[in-house]
Write a protein that binds this ligand. Structure first.
Ligand SMILES: NC(=O)C1=CN([C@@H]2O[C@H](COP(=O)(O)OP(=O)(O)OC[C@H]3O[C@@H](n4cnc5c(N)ncnc54)[C@H](O)[C@@H]3O)[C@@H](O)[C@H]2O)C=CC1
Ligand SMILES: O=C(O)[C@@H]1CCC=N1
Length: 270
């Protein structure tokens, strides 16, 4: 873990599902709990069980990073307490959906290095992907430090423009929920075809996990991997005829799903 973080400390504002997934990754990578300060009015049992963590005792005077992981709707209550840390070299790293860098800069001062990021919950098992974009106060060293932190829980990608963040949120931030729903729907369909519920769920989970792993590992495109499953005039072709229907199949449904999520991200930014 980056030396600056160990010496100056890492502050976490809000440590629910996302904050905890990230903190778990950092602790696993060897960050000492004594280097971490967490403020959360409702700490989980997991947080309470971490020996040496600085929990709800305020933040150090000049932490290397402040991770902001409260809900966008809580931001107005949570952030004003941190204005004293703004305008210096403490890097603010936000994971909040929709909240633009400008809103942090308004509260913390224009001179504050602010990185807006969008992780996702597979971070909890080290398989997340986080997109990042910083304001012009974020130098290369600060960006690398953030990437180093986030790479503890999966892949990272830099965005060229903050405006891309709403689409990213619609695809990879919210995306795990779409895939979990796919598992639910696949299992329910298996049960409707006569399988015991548990068996249908086991088949659905393993199929989605296996297909995801193959899509990541293979040199072929997902389209080719799909073709590889599809025997001419076989079972997959019959299924895909329904799923790939241009008017009523998955493409228009996923298009509308991602648009709704991206639109909501834009709305949260208003
Ligand atoms: N859950 C997800 O899949 C993802 C969430 N995010 C973003 O992460 C942020 C947090 O989301 P979750 O972890 O899902 O929510 P959560 O509800 O699990 O966590 C939020 C935490 O903030 C704490 N909190 C509330 N008021 C506070 C205050 N004034 N000061 C400090 N802490 C306070 C709550 O006690 C809670 O533990 C949101 O902004 C969300 O947009 C980003 C990517 C994915
Ligand atoms: O639903 C949300 O608003 C958050 C952001 C992306 C995933 N969960």
């Amino acid at each position: 873990m980056h030396d600056t973080i160990t010496t100056r400390g890492l502050a976490v504002l809000g440590c629910g599902k996302m904050g905890s997934a990230m903190l778990a990754g950092w602790l696993q990578r060897g960050l000492a709990p004594s280097s971490v300060w967490v403020t959360d009015p409702h700490p989980s049992d997991w947080l309470l069980s971490i020996d040496g963590l600085n929990l709800n005792v305020g933040f150090p005077e000049s932490p290397a990073v402040v991770l902001v992981a409260v809900k966008p709707q809580m931001m107005a209550d949570a952030l004003p307490g941190l204005t004293a840390l703004g305008g210096r070299d403490t890097v603010f790293l936000s994971v909040a959906a929709g909240v633009p860098i400008a809103r942090y800069a308004d509260m913390l001062g224009e001179n504050t290095p602010i990185i807006r990021s969008m992780p996702n919950t597979p971070a909890a098992v080290g398989k997340g992907i986080t997109a990042l974009v910083g304001n012009d106060r974020v130098n290369e060293e600060a960006m690398r430090m953030a990437e180093d932190l986030l790479s503890a829980v999966g892949q990272t990608v830099r965005l060229e423009h903050e405006s891309q963040m709403d689409a990213v949120t619609g695809v990879s931030g919210s995306g795990p929920a779409y895939v979990f729903h796919m598992i639910e729907a696949l299992a329910a369909a298996g049960a409707a075809e006569g399988l015991p519920t548990d068996l249908a769920m086991q088949l659905a989970k393993a199929t989605v996990a296996g297909a995801g792993a193959l899509a990541e590992a293979a040199t072929e495109t997902p389209a080719q991997l799909r073709v590889n499953v599809t025997s001419p005039n076989g079972t997959t072709a019959a299924g895909l005829e329904v799923l790939m229907d241009e008017a009523a199949g998955l493409p228009p449904l996923i298009r509308a799903t991602v648009k709704a999520a991206a639109d909501r991200s834009r709305e949260l930014g208003q």
